[in-house]
Ligand binder design. Structure first.
Ligand code: ADP
Ligand code: ZN
Ligand code: ZN
Length: 739
């Protein structure tokens, strides 16, 4: 009887063999349901075989073959095998975690028909001018549907409230819905995966490219097969425009483009942008903010080759793309491309592997490339493409100025000079942004009498004061209590907030500028799903004078009225124990500075620091990424850090300290025993040595080549698997970003 080897979502690094009953056709890549222990589980057929090592009396038959979706391609399975091997993560969990939730379940997927909306006869006859002006969103929907029928996903970009407004329009009879047949299992033969060339798709060719942009576009379109490009362009240099032209080229040839972006809150805006540029192209997005149904639908659109542009966050690097012709990774330095649990993959690195596997080009874009990528471009492994000027001639880079906080008057963390500049902006009806990477009111509460600090009783960290809610909250474990009336240690009633977070900055500003419209943007104020989008609309409508926010505000948003950026407390990153902290700070400050003066108004950036002469700030002032990167790379080389070293981190945490350390010490002994050319550093406590009552420690292994590290890990892992660790949470992180 034929045998199939099945990947299952269990933490074991093997496939599982099953028989297939006569007359049932099963192929590689198909989803099946199989008995596992006393359960039935969904899995994916990875191999078909004639023989098995499982004794005949123990092997069981496949319960059901799921024919509701096309089988996964051999190429995708290869990619997942590579990831499982490279990231030392069980094959079954790797394969299953790459699929949309619905395809992971043991139930057949019932694709609900996707509704398409169009104008009713009444709606078509309607004169939009006579429609009430204040119903802004409804007017936008009607205008859009007058151009073409759309589904909900396509309308989303119009407003946060599109769903409710659409419902009203349907109820009032202006719009009607039609069900499109769900796209089910017509398994695409490899050849038909390639979409129809859309040679004359509408292309809003809005700009004449600058010389540098054209050179970049040509370099990529004229390359053949695999090549990795680093598009290093300052903020506002028109990287997006380069992407658009590259996409246009691919679409004309009938290929699919995968565009990876760092974070979910960037996607609605970007999605809208590309839809406008390519109005008759099927563009879908893939990110964790979609409903399970939407995600499945979009995934299948990509799998069938029906979606020509796939715009997604890191998980979309595993989307099926039969016609893949180009991968773009925007903001390639962003750490959110790295998954921090489960399969700890870097979507950027997987994208490069995938491009190589498919023999297509991959473009990494950034104003502040990661030192890894930059080093690879300098050494010729990647091809460097540079955009050194801003695309709009009149848009200048912002002037950057440091204010020494020890030599000026400070008001609860904000200097008088900065407050004066904000006042000027309010008079000129321009916007200011204050950047502070800490939410809450103050990072800690202190007793002025005995020095008690608001520590978390479950963690090694401090509880953050949230004054509005009158709570102390631990941002590590979520534990919270009411703010005590008196010091729990000595009874003194005089408790003081130390340092500031976004809430405190907001209240200082409210006091100073009572008339100003202040908007705080952090994880607390944007918890509600649509809140951030609504805020963005307010900012664009110039209904905000001062923005106070965390790094959420730093990324890729285009706020035309913004002319002043204040950076409040960047200093801790200068002397952090994390060797990547300065790199991250530099990137963040360039990003946040790039928000200022993007339109015709020149921007200004004010940095409050104790160290105005620090080389990092000097480099920012002169917009000298090259010089800064060169000095950082030289330091990294001397200290023996990435990109000159390749690292893997073994982490362990558990309730009992001795067990945690025993595990890691055994792991260390095993590593030494192997006598591979690797360096083993530690065991040391984690940066946060206790979290939610778990003690945490780690062990770092590094080697001078990726290959040496991989060989070592392959030998080491079986030894780790054999160590007793029942009560511990252990993980191996390859190319770790967090220390
Ligand atoms: P980046 O992504 O590099 O920060 P963008 O692609 O957002 O830059 O471009 C910045 C601005 O310049 C945008 O408003 C864009 O429309 C405009 N732009 C880009 N390329 C050109 C060009 N060749 N000519 C005129 N304007 C351009
Ligand atoms: Zn006290
Ligand atoms: Zn805690």
């Amino acid at each position: 009887m034929p045998i199939v080897r099945v990947a299952l979502d269990v933490p074991l690094s093997t496939l599982f063999d099953y028989t297939v009953a006569e007359g049932i056709a099963v192929s590689v890549g198909q989803r099946v349901i199989v008995p596992f222990g006393r359960r039935q589980m969904a899995g994916v057929v990875m191999e078909c075989a004639a023989t098995t090592d499982v004794p005949p009396e123990r092997i069981k038959p496949v319960t059901q073959v799921l024919l509701d979706s096309a089988p996964l391609s051999a190429g995708l399975l290869d990619l997942l095998r590579f990831c499982s091997d490279y990231y030392r993560y069980p094959i079954g969990q790797t394969v299953l975690s790459a699929l949309p939730t619905r395809l992971r379940s043991d139930k057949p997927v019932i694709s609900k028909p996707i509704l398409s909306y169009r104008l009713s006869a009444g709606g078509a006859a309607l004169d939009l001018e006579s429609f009430p002006k204040r119903k802004v969103v409804q007017r936008r929907i009607l205008a859009k549907l007058a151009e073409q029928p759309c589904n909900l996903a396509q309308l989303r970009a119009l407003s946060a409230t599109v769903g409710a407004q659409l419902k009203t329009l349907v109820q009032e009879g202006w719009v009607e819905s039609v069900a499109l047949a769900p796209t089910l299992s017509p398994s695409p033969s490899p050849a038909s995966g390639r979409g129809e060339p859309i040679a004359n798709h509408t292309f809003d060719n809005a700009h004449i490219l600058t010389v540098e942009q054209q050179l970049a576009v040509d370099a990529v379109t004229q390359s053949s097969g695999y090549a990795c490009f680093l598009l290093h362009g300052i903020t506002g240099s028109g990287k997006t425009e380069v992407y658009v032209h590259l996409m246009h080229d691919v679409l004309q040839r009938g290929g699919q483009v995968l565009l990876l972006v760092p974070e979910i809150n960037l996607t609605p805006q970007l999605e809208n942008y590309f839809r406008i540029r390519f109005p008759d192209v099927n563009l879908i997005s893939l990110h964790s903010g979609l409903s399970e149904g939407e995600r499945l639908h979009n995934w299948q659109q990509a799998q069938l080759g029906a979606a020509q542009i796939v715009l997604g966050t890191r998980l979309s690097v595993f989307a099926e793309l039969p016609g893949l012709a180009l991968i773009i990774v925007d903001e390639e330095h962003d750490s959110s491309f790295k998954q921090q649990d489960g399969l700890r993959y870097s979507a950027r690195d997987v994208a490069i592997f995938r491009a190589n596997q498919h023999s297509v080009p991959v473009v990494l874009g950034s104003a502040t490339p990661s030192l890894e990528s930059y080093h690879n471009a300098l050494s010729g492994r990647y091809r460097m493409l540079k955009l050194t000027g801003r695309a709009l001639a009149e848009a200048r880079l912002p002037a950057v100025r440091c204010i020494n906080i020890n030599q000026t008057v400070m008001h609860h963390g904000i200097s008088e000079n900065l407050l004066r500049e904000i006042g000027l902006r309010i008079e000129r009806r321009e916007q200011s942004l204050l950047f502070i990477n800490r939410r809450g009111y103050a990072p800690v509460l202190m007793c002025t009498s005995c020095g008690w600090l608001s520590g978390c009783k479950h963690c090694a960290g401090k509880m953050v004061l949230h004054l509005k809610e009158q709570r102390l909250r631990c941002h590590h474990c979520g534990y919270q209590i009411r703010v005590p009336n008196a010091c729990p240690s000595c009874g003194n009633a005089d408790l003081h907030p130390v340092g500031s977070g976004t809430q405190r900055v907001e209240s200082v500003l409210q006091e100073r500028f009572p008339q100003a419209r202040i908007l705080r943007v952090d994880r607390d104020s944007t918890r509600n799903k649509r809140a951030w989008q609504t805020m963005r609309e307010q900012i664009h409508a110039n209904e905000v004078d001062i923005l106070v926010g965390t790094q959420m505000l730093a990324k890729g948003h285009d706020f035309p009225a913004l002319t002043l950026v204040g950076v409040l407390n960047p200093d801790s990153a200068l002397y952090s124990s994390d060797f990547r902290a300065p790199e991250k700070l530099f990137a963040q400050l360039v990003q946040v500075a790039g928000r200022a003066g993007r339109a015709e108004k020149p921007g200004e950036v004010i940095i409050q620091t104790e160290f105005p002469d620090h080389p990092l700030f000097r480099a920012l002032q002169t917009h000298d990424f090259e010089g800064w990167a060169a000095s950082q790379l030289a330091e990294r080389q001397m200290a023996g850090f990435p990109p000159f070293m390749f690292q893997a981190m073994l982490r362990a945490e558990g309730k009992i300290e001795t067990e945690v350390y025993a595990y890691l010490n055994h792991a260390r002994a095993a590593a030494m025993e192997l006598q591979h050319p690797v360096e083993v550093l530690g065991v040391v406590p984690a940066a946060l040595p206790r979290r939610a009552n778990h003690l945490r420690a780690q062990l770092l292994v590094q080697a001078t080549s990726r290959k040496a590290l991989q060989q070592f890990l392959r030998a080491w892992q079986p030894m780790l698997d054999a160590l007793p660790a029942a009560k511990l949470r252990c993980s191996l992180d390859i190319d770790p970003l967090e220390f």
